[in-house]
Design a protein around this ligand. Sequence first.
Ligand code: LRY
Length: 232
Amino acid sequence: MNVLDTLRGGLVVSCQPLPDEPADPMRDASVQARVAAAAVLGGAAGIRANAPEDIAAVRAAVDVPVIGLWKDGPGPVVITPTGRHARAVAQAGAHLVAIDATDRSRPEPFAAVVAAAHAAGVLVLADVSTEAEGQAAADAGADAVATTLSGYTSHTPKTPGPDLGLLERLVTRLSVPVIAEGRYRTADDLRRAYAAGAHAVVVGNAITSPLYLTRELARSVPAHTDANGVHP
Ligand SMILES: CC(=O)N[C@H](C=O)[C@@H](O)[C@H](O)[C@H](O)COP(=O)(O)O
């Protein structure tokens, strides 16, 4: 049974501090490893983690498959942009490496990063924002495709909830497993994703970010001010 079979029908928890929040106090590998361990206790079938240090700490803390990535570089492609990043993610212990497979300008061709990951002995999860990118990623050798980047490229608007339409189109078109990711926040979101044929669903901030969760609830508190004394 490969690692993708293990994840089938499961909930994957993404243990990453907010990428745009340099002061996020959760930005610490040992903290993320503890968050991952709590998620597994709660029933997570897998963990998604960013950067070699966090991936290694998470691997040491949990016994479920780990989807690793390394957000790095000037962009626009930052999720595991090169073969060097893919090798480091594999060396840190990830079972699957997530790689940006959008059609934006990038330092190395997607297929070259896939080849580096496969040579390092890990499977590839392609993070995409459109159906065409998903097809191209599968054609280039990705072992699975995820809707992660819908809402984060110029091709797709950032809707408040998940992009279930893209999920459905990818499931219909591709023969590789399709993973639902990006703004999944409720049990109903998960039910709809599995009904649409998702292989697994990844949930991040709605489980693992006190900063995100507090911000969301604090909006409805009349007397709330942020750390700078400003009403957000
Ligand atoms: C767009 C991007 O860079 N997404 C990242 C991918 O690794 C993470 O920052 C997200 O937290 C993760 O995809 C889970 O998504 P959500 O937190 O919406 O459940």
